[in-house]
Design a protein around this ligand. Structure first.
Ligand code: NAD
Length: 457
């Protein structure tokens, strides 16, 4: 655990102004980019050890994802840092107005285990771009990736600028948050722990970004392209063995296309992972026994359409589709976060909305339909952090879009310019020339009401 002196060193480094310039920030981002390439092989190996991720999946969802975020920051940083000119209202003329993007100071970034590299590094890219000092806290449940990240970060950054702290979250994080007032806490992980972080931050009035989980619903309307829908749903749902915050948690399928949907998903799974996914290099494993036991219980809560096989010694759970699932079953009331997909038919939109409303404000919402009218009706009916139409999860790979939840699924957002803004303070600045200083603005005020009422009418 870090003593207060290391944390104070971060504060000292920030206060000395090192991180303010464009040049400095650009150099740090470039260093990170070069280090990712230098550590590429070690990171692949670590991600394979922690989650059995393939090199391809690791590049697309972890290393490459962060590279794309760095590239976007490097391309746009100068523009993002520029003060934004704003209009000035009548009473303040001839002043001029602008918004300065000020670094927050020392920020704490806390990562989860499911994308242990990307979900820790991506917010750090935003924090660096915005000119902050950072304390990085990875999840202790992906130890191989954690070890490589520590080595990499300590090689490229001095600890008074970016400090990497390992350890058990429930011990390390409260201790640090109690002894030190961070300028921002950026947390990714479960809603349960998010609540604890929020409370600790509130004690010191520290602003937070919370990237949480939840049950992201996926709806298939009668007019959807079933084959394409099934492929897109299956690829997202079973990627990383379902341990993805934006995975479609469950499917609501119009009853007229239920059978064809089930058939299409069942047929596509072996195309992706062969008939023996336990042997397939491209199929991930569950992170640990605790998660394995939790997910395995869901397999008994419906009728198997496909999958259902498990092997605890290898932390393997087959891609599984369930039907005849009760909305009251645990699998429909807890975030699944594993390769189990319950499918529930619906007749009317109202019926489906009733099921979705049991878990309001999901992180994502997915609707498959060919009708613009239905698309609009569904998007309006289901408030969510983000959404895709005729797709699942890909919205998060577009750094032009904000990524984040609402309510139970989180607060705040990031990616691209949104990350820069999250880690910056928007400072309102007004500049007033000396040459115009009308008496009307100074007391005595008696007798001026008529003019004031003319100005603000
Ligand atoms: P987690 O809450 O167990 O752990 C996340 C981090 O919190 C870790 O660094 C851990 O050390 C720390 N932590 C754990 N207990 C703590 C405590 N008592 N006090 C302070 N810190 C503590 O989450 P997880 O299991 O690692 O991740 C899975 C969850 O994260 C799922 O719910 C998933 O949906 C969510 N998630 C959300 C996003 C998103 O972008 N919104 C992304 C990935 C995962």
């Amino acid at each position: 655990m870090e003593g207060s002196s290391s944390l104070e060193k971060l504060r000292g480094y920030f206060n000395q102004g090192h991180t303010q310039s464009y040049q400095f920030r650009k150099e740090q981002l470039s260093k990170l980019k070069a280090a990712i390439l230098e550590y590429e092989e070690e990171l692949y190996e670590a991600l394979r050890q922690d989650l059995k991720k393939s090199r391809e999946e690791s590049w697309v969802t972890e290393l490459g994802f962060v590279m794309a975020e760095i590239n976007a920051a490097l391309r746009n940083l100068k523009r993002w840092m520029r003060p934004e000119r704003k209009g000035t209202n009548l009473v303040n003329l001839p002043s001029s107005s602008r918004v300065m993007k000020e670094p927050l100071g020392v920020v704490l970034v806390i990562g989860p285990w499911n994308y242990p590299f990307m979900l820790l590094m991506n917010p750090v890219v935003g924090a660096i771009a915005a000119g902050n000092c950072v304390l990085m806290k990875p999840s202790e449940f992906a130890p191989a990736t954690d070890a490589v990240m520590k080595k990499m970060i300590e090689q490229i950054y001095p600890p008074e600028y970016i400090l990497y702290v390992q350890g058990e979250g429930q011990r390390v994080i409260p201790a640090m948050m109690q002894q030190f007032a961070f300028d921002h806490v950026f947390y990714t992980g479960s809603t349960e722990v998010g609540r604890i972080i929020y409370k600790m931050a509130a004690e010191k009035l520290v602003p937070v970004t919370l990237e949480l989980g939840g049950k992201s619903p996926c709806v298939i309307e009668a007019d959807a392209n079933i084959k394409v829908a099934a492929n897109r749903i299956a690829v997202t749902k079973f990627s990383n063995a379902g341990q993805m915050c934006v995975a479609p948690d469950y499917l609501l399928v119009h009853e007229s296309v239920l059978e064809s949907t089930l058939e299409a998903i069942r047929d596509f799974i072996p195309v992706m992972y062969s008939a023996k996914p336990e042997e397939d290099d491209g199929y991930c494993r569950i992170i640990n026994e605790r998660q394995f036991d939790r997910i395995e219980k869901y397999l008994k809560e419906g009728k198997l359409v496909c999958g259902g096989r498990t092997d605890k010694s290898r932390l393997f759970i087959e891609p599984t589709v369930l039907r005849d699932v009760s909305p009251d079953a645990a699998v429909m009331n807890e975030e699944i976060f594993g390769p189990v997909l319950p499918v529930i038919p619906f007749r009317t939109m109202e019926e489906a909305i009733k099921i979705i409303s049991r878990h309001p404000n999901p992180l994502s919402f997915y609707i498959y339909t060919s009708s613009r009218k239905k698309e609009a009706a569904w998007l309006q009916a289901v408030p969510s952090g983000g959404a895709c139409v005729n797709n699942c999860s890909w919205h998060l790979t577009n750094h032009h879009l904000p990524f984040g939840g609402r309510g139970f699924s989180g607060t705040g957002n990031y990616h691209g310019k949104y990350s820069f803004d999250t880690f910056s303070h928007a400072k309102a600045v007004m500049k007033t020339p000396y040459w115009f200083d009308p008496k009307i603005k100074y007391p005595p005020m008696k007798g001026k009401l008529k003019i004031f009422k003319w100005v603000i009418r």
